[in-house]
Design a protein around this ligand. Structure first.
Ligand code: TXA
Ligand code: MG
Length: 350
């Protein structure tokens, strides 16, 4: 398929977004930036257009999509009613990296919600995303713009790798600030249930609506058989190499990883990578013939979160077969990062 790469220079931007919006309205798929990750969008009211998203990504049909809107009042056409706690979260955190699940209106097609009686809605902070939605004149259903199972795209280059030739158009603009997908919270339960941690943290949510439940698949390091957010059950965020996470103190993590590296080297293995932090790079610098990358500074969870998917993809570029990642201290700020890191490792720890 011919893919239009939109001109996003200052002079051309408005015209490009108008054209891209028209293409969405006419049933095409367009990749666009948000503040979390790039999305692969289609007119949410056009089942045939939404179906093409699943084909481009190779996404299983039972994994529902998030519907993106440009103004808070647009939610009324999508959901039956807005619970009071949802109203509070909307006032506090939209536009932003937070997706709310509510009972859907009939007009939301089954292909968007995978036949569920609920719909996931988000109002992104990215001005580019909002302008595109406005130009389209319809809500945009969009999953992350990666091939299913790969790390979500946080850079233009990632989008080109995964989607060039598979979609009608690509908008590249470096709007990404979070680098992990939005927080997903189910507002149909009481208390509401966190289904996917993201840029809006548990503390952020609880400050506004009081205690929430956290889905067991987030708190326990297991791949659940039956999960409420269908997307959480598939292999995710996986580079081609095998990811293993080392637990313990900084010293213990380094010892475990170095001993694995030495064993692999002794067995003649090639393509070994280490994902460390700025503070711990020093432990591995004496090793030859390994790819050594930093996630960022341990003091800056936001930076580490923003870098994760890019670093996982970098190991692919470098043809790495064995990726050893250091575990990160768990707190409110790192919950989303750890959730994605552990998934990328298929919950494999040493
Ligand atoms: O930041 C984001 O959320 C990005 C950008 C593009 O907005 N989008 C994104 O979409 O991450 P996706 O499709 O990769 O993830 C959507 C998640 C999946 O885990 C899916 O199962 C869940 O939201 N989801 C969607 N609708 C749902 C529903 N009705 N009930 C439960 N989970 C739902
Ligand atoms: Mg995704």
């Amino acid at each position: 398929m011919k893919t239009v790469l939109f001109d996003m220079t200052e002079q051309a931007m408005d015209q490009s977004l108008t054209q891209a919006g028209k293409m969405i309205r006419d049933g095409e798929n367009i990749v666009f930036p948000t503040e979390t990750v790039y999305g692969l969008g289609a007119n949410a009211f056009d089942p045939a257009a939404v179906k093409k998203i699943f084909e481009a990504k190779g996404r299983p049909g039972d994994n529902p999509l998030i519907v993106h809107i440009a103004r808070p009042e647009e939610i009324k056409q999508l959901v039956k009613r807005i619970p009071e706690k949802a109203e509070k979260l909307i006032s506090a955190y939209w536009p932003g990296p937070m997706t709310l699940i509510m009972e859907k209106q009939e007009c939301v097609p089954d292909v968007v919600t995978a036949g569920l009686p609920t719909v996931a809605v988000r109002l992104p902070a990215s001005a580019t995303a909002r302008k595109l939605i406005e130009a389209a004149g319809v809500p945009i259903a969009a999953p992350s713009a990666n091939i299913s199972g790969r790390p979500s795209p946080t850079k233009g280059q990632h989008v080109i790798e995964d989607m060039f030739g598979k979609v009608a158009g690509i908008i590249i603009r470096e709007d990404i600030v979070v680098g992990l997908e939005s927080t997903v919270i189910d507002m149909t339960t009481e208390p509401p249930t966190l289904l996917r941690p993201g840029g809006i943290t548990v503390n952020d949510l609880e400050k506004v609506i009081g205690p929430i439940d956290v889905s067991p698949n987030i708190t326990q390091n297991i791949i659940p058989e039956k999960v409420k957010s269908p997307g959480m059950k598939y292999t995710h965020y996986s580079p081609r190499g095998t990811v293993v996470i080392a637990k313990g103190s900084d010293q213990e993590k380094a010892e475990k990883i170095l001993s694995q590296i030495h064993e692999l080297k002794a067995a003649g293995a090639a393509g070994i990578g280490v994902l460390a932090t700025d503070e711990t790079l020093k432990h591995y610098q004496a090793e030859t013939e390994i790819a050594l990358l930093s996630l960022g500074s341990q003091k800056d969870p936001g930076e580490m979160s923003k870098n994760l998917f890019d670093r996982l993809r970098m190991f692919d570029e470098l043809n790495i077969n064995y990726i050893f990642a250091e575990d990160i201290d768990k707190n409110d700020q790192t919950l989303a990062l750890l959730n994605r890191l552990y998934k990328s490792a298929g919950y494999g720890f040493i």
